[in-house]
Design a protein around this ligand. Structure first.
Ligand code: ZN
Length: 247
């Protein structure tokens, strides 16, 4: 059991809506719905990757609208088994190479959106937090913990604010979920006073998507139930948890 009144204004749960990879449908579908609802999201971006140069200015505006622009590395390394990049993949790279792609993304994000400096969390590409293989496999969570106050991984359980690792937060992979699934996850968190983190990719299009209408239903629910759910960015909820632990 988490302590009572863990969340601001007597809310029963915290909710963070996170979005990976800078998918274009997030700009087209998710950001307008969040802005209309007055909800802040966390967008984990990969500077210089894909169509970055053509959309960077739009992402700057998203940051200025009050959303968190988080670090998802410049090169998005995942397990070599995914064959995204057979030369630069987790089993083959070093902790230093991982640190370099994280730091390059941070420089780019701070240049794009200096107003958000010191308000960024990290997101593990493909939810994976290791480099190397076999006897040489090691966690890069410490590399992240040296640089950030919070980081999001995967894990399908709401986070208990009293004990969750702020540098390896669990999140619910929302692809394919309908409105009842999405709302049900928040309700589960409220039963335990927990922090429900959602991972979205495409919204109404792109990869690993949810339907835009299901996403709208979730945002409407969170607004209607704002006396029960505190919806905020990863960095803002993490800072709140950190302050509570130190109190
Ligand atoms: Zn990703």
């Amino acid at each position: 059991m988490s302590p009572p009144n863990s969340w601001p204004d007597g809310c029963k749960a915290a909710v963070s809506l996170t979005f990976d990879d800078g998918a274009r449908s997030q700009l087209q579908e998710a950001v307008p719905r969040l802005d209309d609802a007055g909800l802040a999201g966390t967008f984990y971006l990969n500077p210089y990757r894909g169509e970055w140069e053509t959309v960077a200015d739009q992402w700057r505006q998203v940051g200025l609208n009050g959303h968190e622009l988080g670090n998802h590395t410049t090169r998005h390394p995942c397990s070599c088994n995914y064959h995204f990049n057979d030369a630069f993949c987790l089993e083959k790279i070093s902790l230093q190479e991982m640190a370099d792609t994280i730091d390059a993304a941070q420089v780019a994000l701070d240049q794009l959106h200096p107003e958000g400096r010191d308000k960024r969390s990290f997101c593990y590409p493909c939810y994976q937090s290791f480099v190397g293989a076999g006897a040489n496999r090691q966690s890069y969570v410490p590399v992240v913990a040296e640089r950030f106050r919070a980081a999001r991984a995967g894990g399908e359980r709401p986070n208990d604010p009293s004990i969750t690792d702020l540098h390896c937060l669990m999140s619910y992979a929302a692809e394919g979920a309908d409105a009842d699934d999405l709302i049900g996850y928040a309700q589960t968190a409220a039963q335990d006073g927990a922090w429900a983190i959602y991972t979205f990719h495409g919204v109404g299009g792109d990869h690993l998507s949810v339907q835009a209408e299901a996403f709208s239903d979730l945002t409407r629910y969170l607004v209607d139930q704002r006396h029960r759910f505190w919806t905020a960015s990863i960095i803002d909820v993490a800072d709140h948890v950190h302050a509570r632990r130190n109190a």
